[in-house]
Design a protein around this ligand. Sequence first.
Ligand code: KG4
Ligand code: ZN
Length: 348
Amino acid sequence: MTRPRILAIESSCDETGVAVVVGGRRIEANQVASQVALHAATGGIVPEVAARQQLRWIVPTLEAALEQSGAGWDDLDAVAVTCGPGLIGSLLVGVNVAKALAVAHDLPLVGVNHIEGHIYANWLTETDAASPLPTEPAFPLLCLVVSGGHTQLVLMHDHGRYTLLGQTVDDAAGEAFDKVGRLLGLPYPGGPAISAAARDATPTTRFPRARTAGPYDFSFSGLKTAVLRAVEGYRARNEPIPVDGIAAAFEEAVVDALATKTLAAARDHGVAAVALGGGVAANDALRRSLDERLRAEGLSLTVPPAAWCTDNGAMIGAAAGFRFAAGDRADAALEAIPNLALPWLETA
Ligand code: KG4
Ligand code: ZN
């Protein structure tokens, strides 16, 4: 597919991403301005600050992406943008810029759900225009989306057709990493910091796995409390806190919960393949464990490179490419919706 060539904008949280993606798959440009260093100072995201930074970085990131791709406005077929879920102030920056660009350059507008973007990161490739594209993920595809705001097991029947099989009943996986990172005195964001601390460490304990009502649901708040109790125990005994060992025990518990439920859902629904997406999908231990356990069942796992797991514009361009091809168009009434859900099919 040499078309559509889509300019895609992602501004739902603390990364400003702009990309040019062809045919929903081939990345021509992908620029991301991250606010991670800024939020590290406050130990987490301050929404007001995130929104102002989106405003600060959207134009330079857009210019960098256009320059990288070499595409002119006449070469583009549409402008796509994340319209939710996310932080309202951050979302509004991308949505308004996308609308202005679409009007100014007389291009169609496509609104993309951020979660759908994380799923479609599995379609992305950097293959050059002259070479054949790698094989696409096969349907029915089981998607584990694990980010700072969401933890969902999604059964994808075909492009744009989803059933929600399960989700977290409390904290998202990334949120748990970030909160436990803070508890352990590690820098923000907790995910990469815990992963680095845990790498060569032996777990200090085996934290209990949560029981949930739904077979494919997750719960991480009990685990977070268990880590807090462990830390308090060391403090009360005036013992040094074995940060690396606790990080390893925590990571092991999260990875085990995610892999166990994913495996059960894959088995029960007879899926063709499994795909991983979202910032926590950058976690090495999760990638390794899921791959091993699925392979033992004869199932294959698709995982985007780490840079496409965390928020970026290319994943929005991928989802938009398939939406555009299916005739999906937004207009000037496109709204930023903080709690936007995927359009779930009613039956499993
Ligand atoms: O998808 P994302 O960039 O933003 C949201 O949509 O939320 O995900 C960010 C989350 C953060 O909670 C961060 O700690 C987590 O992804 N994360 C990781 C790793 N890299 C990022 N968690 C575990 N291990 C990692 N290597
Ligand atoms: Zn995300």
